[in-house]
Design a protein around this ligand. Structure first.
Ligand code: 6GU
Length: 254
């Protein structure tokens, strides 16, 4: 997969050199390039923003640097990327959408700052460049700009590219796969006495006995039960959505 990111803060994307994503890039599973929007300005101050027509608070990103940056990106490979625009007003970015995007050959991200990018840039990307433009949101809160959202989305997408995560089984038993949250996990020791001991209570913490039983059926049943209980407690909306899809509307009554 190829991913291009356009931003006024290229350093904000530095973590994409690390860990899973860094390894995927070195293994040529992911071809990622970060582009500085200011390189596509022509004035002495490398201006990328201006005041909004109609008035109001804040600044808006000017269309011309964006058009030049996106045109440059479009020339970097054959075909056309899908342009994802991080914004609180976008469509929800979900695990299901991440799975769909992981199949793409080429994605581009346009990181807005301030109050956003001049809306005509999206019309230009669609009409002049022939790109599909998709505003995407991580959730119902406001970030200072698209960069942190791009870090999250690139990680969510890249780990679904075949070969990026070593053990592909670990992809199927996690939160949001199968519509339930993940079960709790434990490692050695089976009985843990925290060091130094807490003043209040010198208690030992035990791993649930079922996980030590060696009974694979009992372990699978316990984990499924834990997933259900967690989902009821933390994300009842997920169960209600699943119940609606499957016609089990009485689920919450039982
Ligand atoms: Cl994807 N971008 C920005 N800038 N803010 C957000 C967001 C994305 N998702 C929630 N808030």
């Amino acid at each position: 997969m190829r991913i291009d990111v356009v931003t006024i803060f290229p350093e904000y994307l530095a973590p994409l050199d690390l860990s899973l994503i860094g390894k995927a890039r070195r293994d040529d599973l992911l071809d990622l390039a970060i582009h500085d929007l200011r390189q596509f300005t022509h004035d002495r101050h490398n201006t990328v923003d201006d005041t909004p027509y109609g008035g109001g608070a804040g600044m808006v990103m000017k269309p011309q640097p964006w058009a030049e940056a996106l045109t440059h990106v479009g020339g970097l490979a054959s075909g056309a990327p899908r342009l994802l625009v991080p914004a609180p007003s976008g469509r929800p970015f979900t695990q299901e959408y991440a799975r769909a995007l992981a199949e793409a050959e080429w994605l581009a991200f346009a990181c807005g700052r301030y109050e956003g990018i001049d809306e005509r840039v999206y019309a230009y990307a669609a009409d002049a460049l022939g790109w599909e433009v998709v505003p995407v949101s991580l959730g119902d809160y406001v970030l200072g700009g698209g960069e942190v959202a791009v870090l999250a989305m690139v990680e969510a997408i890249a780990r679904l590219i075949p070969g990026v995560v070593g053990n592909e089984e670990s992809l199927v038993e996690e939160s949001h796969e199968g519509g339930l949250l993940e079960y709790p996990v434990y490692t050695k020791p089976a009985t843990w006495l925290p060091q130094p001991p807490a003043a209040a209570a010198a208690t030992a913490y035990d791993v649930p006995a079922t996980l030590l039983s060696g009974n694979h059926k009992a372990i699978a049943d316990w984990r499924h039960q834990q997933r259900l209980e967690r989902t009821v407690a933390r994300r009842p909306d997920l169960l209600e959505a699943a119940a609606t899809v499957t016609g089990l509307e009485d689920l919450e009554g039982g």
